[in-house]
Design a protein around this ligand. Structure first.
Ligand code: SF4
Ligand code: SF4
Length: 323
């Protein structure tokens, strides 16, 4: 049996809810396929109190194998590095994580908070929050830049606020079946298979984007980049190809701009979320791989060439047929 341990540190629990939405395969089928079980999950296991401490002790001492440590939530180091803002039983929770990470065969950070600090590490970071092995883009975090689990792999970061259920389940399957090594990770230790595309790819508003036919208000059909703050051209994820919630939608399909929640710079690097900052007419949040000069030239031409069909529909709340 493969032993999984899920811990929740500083978080909203959203990635657990997302994990429960897995459907291809669902969680129970995935666990059965993998011969895996949760030795403990704070929301899903009935075990409480002293029995949890006994589980931790068995794992720490090696009496029971810890195959995959899955940590959701940022690590609190405050106040003044003591970790006393979050005490679990008789010691800072960060110290429990340190001990358990030492014996884990694989260690996964589930969600942007445990990957990079996320929302708890935003602004002036009063909780002194970090991720497991990063703080934003800088390597380090709780476990330090050189940490590897017993497998030899660093922390596998499944970023996202929350993480997509497929990103969690498929990574788990790849790890347990020995199909993921360090060559499959990007520079932020995210599995490339999920994070090498942009959230912009396959958005149904792509044609509007190409011609810079932009919505001016929410619920209009045009692209959300130019006026309404969409950061999907800066955001590494496959949200618009993979889709969410039973493969039915995504943020931009629902009319909500992408706020780049898989990025190590989330959230501070992407505020304001719902407006596009500009210098003159040029957005300051240009696509990751597009030089500014090119954007200026091509966007002007694109607007000139924009079909009337798109111009009209971009600012319309429902589809309008244009001759
Ligand atoms: S709304 Fe966002 S994701 Fe969709 S085409 Fe525009 S920039 Fe791309
Ligand atoms: S579309 Fe952007 S904000 Fe929405 S879930 Fe994907 S990465 Fe996060």
């Amino acid at each position: 049996m493969v032993n999984l341990l899920w811990l929740q540190s500083g978080c909203c629990g959203g990635s657990t809810i997302s994990f429960l939405n897995a459907d291809q395969p669902d969680i129970l089928t995935a666990l059965e396929m993998l011969g895996a079980r949760f030795v403990w999950h704070p929301d899903l296991s009935p075990t409480m109190g002293e029995e949890v401490l006994e589980i931790f002790d068995r794992l720490k001492s090696g009496k029971e194998r810890l195959d995959v440590l899955m940590v959701e939530g940022a690590i609190y180091h405050g106040p003044k590095g003591t970790g006393k803002y979050f005490i679990f039983h008789d010691r800072p929770f960060k110290d429990w994580i340190l001990d358990l990470a030492k014996v884990a065969h694989y260690t996964m950070a589930i969600g942007t908070c445990s990957s990079f600090g996320g929302i708890p590490a935003a602004s002036n970071n009063p909780m002194e929050a970090t991720g497991l092995q990063f703080l934003h883009e800088k390597k380090g975090g709780l476990l330090g830049p050189n940490y590897t689990s017993r497998s030899g792999l660093p922390v596998i970061n499944i970023a996202g606020c929350p993480a997509h259920p497929d990103w969690i389940v498929e990574t788990l399957i790849a790890l347990i079946s020995g199909k993921l090594d360090s060559s499959g990770l990007d520079k932020y230790q995210r599995p490339e298979v999920f994070y090498s595309k942009l959230a912009h790819h396959a958005c149904p508003r792509n044609e509007y984007y190409e011609f810079k036919a932009s919505a001016e208000e929410y619920s209009q059909q045009g692209c959300l980049f130019e006026n309404l703050g969409c950061k999907a051209t800066q955001c590494e994820s496959d949200c618009n190809e993979r889709l969410w919630l039973g493969r039915t939608g995504s943020c931009t399909r629902g009319g909500f701009p992408c706020i780049s929640c898989t990025s190590p710079k989330f959230p501070d690097g992407f505020v304001p979320f719902f407006e596009t900052e500009k210098i003159g007419d040029i957005p300051t949040t240009l696509p990751l791989d597009v030089p500014k000069a090119w954007y200026v030239g091509i966007s002007g031409l694109a607007k000139l060439a924009c079909p009337k069909r798109l111009l009209v529909n971009a600012v319309s709340f429902k589809r309008v047929d244009v001759e």
